[in-house]
Design a protein. Sequence first.
Length: 372
Amino acid sequence: MNVRALALINVAAIQRNVERLRRELKPGAGLCAVVKADGYGHGGRACARAALAGGATWLAVASAQEARRLREHAVQAPILVMGALSPDELEIALAARGDVVAWDERFVEAVAALGGGSVHVKLDTGMGRLGTRDPAQATRVAKVAAAAPGVRLAGAMTHFATADERDDPFLYEQLARFEDWVTPLREAHPRMVVHAANSAATLRDAATHFDLVRTGVAIYGLDPFGEDPAEHDLEPALELHTRVAAVKAVAVGESVGYGRRFVAPAPTRVATLPIGYGDGVRRALSDNADVLVGGERRALVGTVSMDNVTVDVRAAGAVAVGDDAVLIGRQGAERILAEELARRLGTINYEITCALLARVPREYHRDGEPLP
């Protein structure tokens, strides 16, 4: 490696994950690939292209600026902008030919005032964030959208709060509320697209699929249930690599890192890796993670600093400056999943990849063949 750290993204894995998820869908349902937050840290543009190659027919983002960037890079697929939009952001989203989400009549009027666009009405069935909780209000918004000049009622949607909790019945409470509202609405507007399922709901129950599913975390090969993506035939697309920058002996009683969190209990060798929380490796992983070096797990010891971490290699074979080190991914027979790091941190796999900062370059390949 000629850089401090590198995220390797296999776009072929993303394509295959989309193909695999499409096989899960009930007949007639399409797949919307969620590429917000720069493709969950993987790179939005490259992941969008890979998802479309795998058969996705829609893309979804959170912000108007994300939609604009995709259009600037010649992405032509329909784009759903799911987030709340200010007046200026609404103008950007519509200029990028983004479909936007509404739950208030005034927002639809603003779309019409800007020359029109496609609107998806959102019913809040239990997430408690965006959307109206009132089905009658949602129906009024839909009627306004259907009648407003230049505006197209393109869709109706909701979002599940507990689909990733396999035994939680609240998914079905939300589903019933949504079906009660959307069934008469789609009879009146049969051309609109009905959608509700995220990755977890897509894998959990085909009753949530409707016309379209919105899959995010699963297309990147991350398990929406936070366990092991292999259980769902998903392939992690991202690996995080760094290199051994220094190896030194540490005598009994000598310490490593800020705060002297690690004091050698025996003669030790420590390898320093040039990656830290300035790259997205959380400080809470101090003394709380493994790193793959030489095909074996090595304990991360001491405090994660902004630019470096240290690992105990006393039990290793020959470890030399320049050796590859893997924080997420495979090396030899061993692997470290984003889900493992998430469990150590008490968080979710989404946050692990989204936390990778811009200082870590992304390099794209297709099953090992670099992309031009």
